[in-house]
Design a protein around this ligand. Structure first.
Ligand code: UD1
Ligand code: UDP
Length: 395
């Protein structure tokens, strides 16, 4: 039985690596193909988890658009899939790599397993293009691994037979819990603290310090919304000089430009030369450092999908700087709050969370609805059972 695992970005790597490991442990032949839709941010994850791909399409160029990524992935995968002839292709999530890999597998009539299936905002352009990428993968896939019951319901409403859907939890929790576990010793904690002090001049060991961790990269927010988000962060920093805002900035130039212009400390690039000193702009962090930083933060403000799923395990409230989310479970559990992309609303919500211990405690106490750290094992068990019984395509 030959599995081909195809991925191309940081979140796909973080979420699919536990499945690769479980497949290898079970003795299956696993061919790993990365598109490198994201070069540096993918490599950070591959290096950290010690994964060496069999194929690397190395497609990333600066400011690539959706057409470019789709064409390059489709073209590159054709030859590899024809040569390797896997029994099944596994993809994760909603990126253009995941969608295009599914399309390539479909064109060659290869079975498709979709990990993290069924999340929906029901808004075609938000998140864009991820909402439709994920939906279209669902149309093509044979095995749908839904992280939650809600995701399963979304799929059944779209006509996917119940027999092709399994609720497994999200594999991101597998990775997260493993990394948290690796960080439990005092020695490791000291090492992580030293890294931030020496590399970023940040002291994270003072537990009385309130830190806000920020990330952002959504395509639908580029332009005006991103500037609003940055202006809100600036206002929060100015109103709360005792709070530190830490922002590892995504490598997308559409993100970096407004962030460095509005929040950067380089006087040449600042809009008005008054970026607050309590904002720290970092480069994207390797996963273990990011997890440590999450654990040392008081609040997380983000538009990231993965972080919405991880934060409840660390008991951190998340302000989601988006107009929609496909992670309703977190909203229901009161661990996520959707604050949109308007400056005043973002600033007000953050201030309330900083000022009201009661609001904070209600948001930070919840149980993680996204998984128990055993999702990858479930996925591999299901695939083993179904593929071994000769049921290669359940449709
Ligand atoms: C992509 C995914 C998005 C996912 C996100 C995770 C699509 C359409 N978008 O968005 O779903 O949530 O990754 O981070 O699939 N860049 C670098 N180095 C990197 C990564 C990006 O320089 O390691 C720059 C390049 O200029 C690149 C640009 O960012 O052209 C955009 O990268 P891309 O992966 O296409 O889009 P993201 O916005 O990162
Ligand atoms: N992450 C990381 N380093 C960072 C920022 C995020 O390792 O500097 C991790 C984060 O913990 C999560 C994933 O990357 O697991 C989220 O990636 P991203 O926000 O790029 O994509 P999304 O989840 O929105 O698709």
């Amino acid at each position: 039985m030959k599995f081909m695992i195809i991925f191309g970005t940081r979140p796909e790597a973080i979420k699919i690596i536990p499945v690769i490991r479980k497949l290898k442990e079970s003795g299956f032949q696993v061919v790993i193909c990365v598109t490198a839709q994201q070069r540096e941010m993918l490599d950070q994850s591959l290096d950290f988890f010690g994964i060496i791909p069999d194929y690397d399409l190395n497609i990333m160029v600066d400011c690539q658009d959706l057409f470019y990524v789709t064409i390059k992935v489709l073209e590159g995968l054709k030859k590899i899939l024809q040569k390797e002839k896997p029994d099944i292709v596994l993809v994760q999530g909603d990126t253009s790599t995941a969608f295009t890999a599914s399309l390539a597998a479909f064109y060659l009539q290869i079975s498709i397993g979709h990990i993290e299936a069924g999340l929906r905002t029901h808004n075609k352009y938000n998140p864009f293009p991820e909402e439709k990428n994920r939906h279209l993968i669902g149309v093509l896939a044979d095995y749908h691994f839904a992280p939650t019951e809600l995701a399963r319901d979304n799929l059944t409403k779209e006509g996917i037979p119940e027999s092709q859907i399994w609720v497994t939890g999200n594999t991101v929790i597998d990775t997260l819990l493993e990394v948290i576990n690796r960080q439990s010793s005092v020695v490791k904690q000291e090492e992580l603290g030293r890294y931030f002090k020496e590399r970023w001049k940040l002291v994270l060991t003072d537990d009385n310090q309130k830190r806000i961790l920020v990330t952002g990269h959504r395509r639908e927010s580029f332009g005006e919304d991103f500037r609003n988000i940055c202006m809100a962060l600036k206002e929060i920093a100015e109103k709360n000089p005792d709070v530190t805002i830490i922002y590892p900035v995504h490598l997308n130039p559409n993100v970096r430009k407004p962030v460095y212009e509005i929040l950067g400390s380089d006087p040449v690039n600042q809009i008005d030369g008054t970026a607050p000193k309590n904002i720290f702009l970092l480069e994207p962090l390797e996963y273990e450092y990011f997890v440590y930083l999450m654990s040392k933060s008081y609040i997380i403000m983000t538009d990231s999908g993965g972080i919405q799923e991880e934060a409840p395990s660390l008991h951190k409230p998340v302000l989601v700087m988006r107009n929609t989310t496909e992670r309703y479970e977190g909203i229901e559990a009161n661990t996520l709050r959707l604050v949109g992309t308007k400056k005043d609303v973002i600033s007000r919500e953050a201030q309330q969370l900083l000022d009201s211990k009661d609001t904070y405690d209600k948001m930070s106490r919840s149980i993680n609805p996204y998984g128990d750290g055993k999702a990858a094992g479930r996925i591999v068990d299901i695939l083993t059972k179904n593929l071994m019984s000769g049921d290669r395509s359940k449709r």
